[in-house]
Ligand binder design. Structure first.
Ligand code: SAM
Length: 330
């Protein structure tokens, strides 16, 4: 079987599957707070078949996302089924989940037992009140912290904590997050805010860049850069005493499109070849028509072939993508 490779020669090895676009948080930079779910959810058997077809095309990592993936009943069983799939080299898939962590304390041990390797928890403040203002959910902070601790205890490794920074909103939390990484033994990753929100909040001025994060965190302690793989999105740093790792994902100020290895499947079974795509590709329609695995694989190949060269954030004529982040799967 031929491995997936796009017309720019980028090998595609990383699939993200959104299993819902429902979310129990209403983060101010992501959702308006008025919109609910907008797209269908497929039965897990359909996502599993799609994942199997992708594994046969050289996919090595699968990340389950949403919406909030832990809201969907049956997610543990889905992880168990994914863990039964094999990569082309015969090894199991590298399985991860991105979650807001609200329900993680309860689910972490069974997710680990089911075959999950890693978890990324989104957390945009380390102060309770600030956290509530961002998520628009009262008392979520303690649940998320408990989720992070339970994930570490269950042996999910590494536990990454993603923080999207917005100027004037949570950029005063940068140093506190540095402390948090050291105290909690997690990898904290600061993410540059991208124009992917339901509302129109984004402006170049609100983005806190990689250079700025480094400058601020170095006032706390010196950092040493860790070499990273080209397809990795984050620049990685350790504090000078070896305790605590932070990463910075800088799609706006230092785009990494040239090494992008990702494609996404939305909850309703559409392929997106870039977060900023202006179109989806309806893979599930091929299934509904009774397409064979070979036909699904052919369709995936033809779509990947057309993957965009790069995004155009901040350029004149930038067009907003056809879906916002919560409805794509981050
Ligand atoms: N509900 C899960 C969660 O909270 O992680 C998974 C879905 S959420 C859409 C995935 C990630 O996208 C979160 O880390 C969130 O902070 C991030 N995100 C949402 N909107 C974003 C934006 N406009 N720019 C950058 N990251 C964004």
């Amino acid at each position: 079987m031929e491995r997936l490779i796009d017309k720019f020669g980028r090998p595609i090895t990383d699939l993200r599957i959104a299993i819902t676009d429902r979310c129990n948080y209403r983060c101010v930079y992501c959702r308006t707070g008025n919109e609910g779910a907008q797209y269908a959810e497929l039965p897990f058997t359909d996502y599993l078949r799609i994942a199997r077809v992708f594994a046969g095309l050289g996919i090595e990592k699968v990340r389950i996302t949403g919406g909030e993936p832990l809201l969907r009943r049956g997610v543990v069983r889905f992880v168990e089924d994914l863990a039964g799939l094999r990569r082309l080299d015969g090894r199991p898939l590298d399985l991860a989940i991105t979650t807001n962590g609200h329900l993680l304390a309860e689910l972490a041990p069974s997710l680990k037992d089911a075959g999950l390797r890693r978890v990324t928890v989104s957390m945009d403040a380390v102060e309770r009140e600030r956290f509530a203002r961002i998520t628009r959910v009262a008392n979520g902070f303690d649940s998320v912290l408990a989720g992070i601790r339970a994930a570490r205890k269950a042996g999910l490794d590494p536990v990454k904590v993603n923080c999207v920074l917005l100027r004037g909103f949570n950029d005063d939390q940068i140093v506190e997050f540095g402390r948090f990484a050291r105290d909690e033994g997690v990898v904290v990753r600061f993410i540059e805010f991208m124009p992917l929100e339901e509302d129109r909040v984004w402006s170049p001025e609100i983005v806190v860049t990689l250079a700025e994060v480094l400058e601020r965190i170095r006032t706390f302690r010196p950092l040493v850069e860790i070499p990273h793989a080209l397809s990795e999105t984050a620049r990685r740093f350790r504090f000078d005493d070896g305790v605590g790792e932070i990463g910075i994902v800088a799609p706006v100020s230092q785009p990494f499109c040239g090494h992008c290895s990702r494609v996404r499947l939305t909850s309703d079974g559409k392929i997106r070849t870039c977060l900023f795509s202006l179109f989806d590709h309806d893979l599930h329609a091929v299934m509904r028509r009774g397409g064979s695995d070979e036909e699904l694989a052919d369709y995936v190949r033809s779509v990947v072939e057309r993957k965009e060269a790069r995004h155009h954030i901040g350029e004149p004529g930038f067009e907003k993508p056809s879906r916002s982040m919560v409805h794509i799967g981050g």
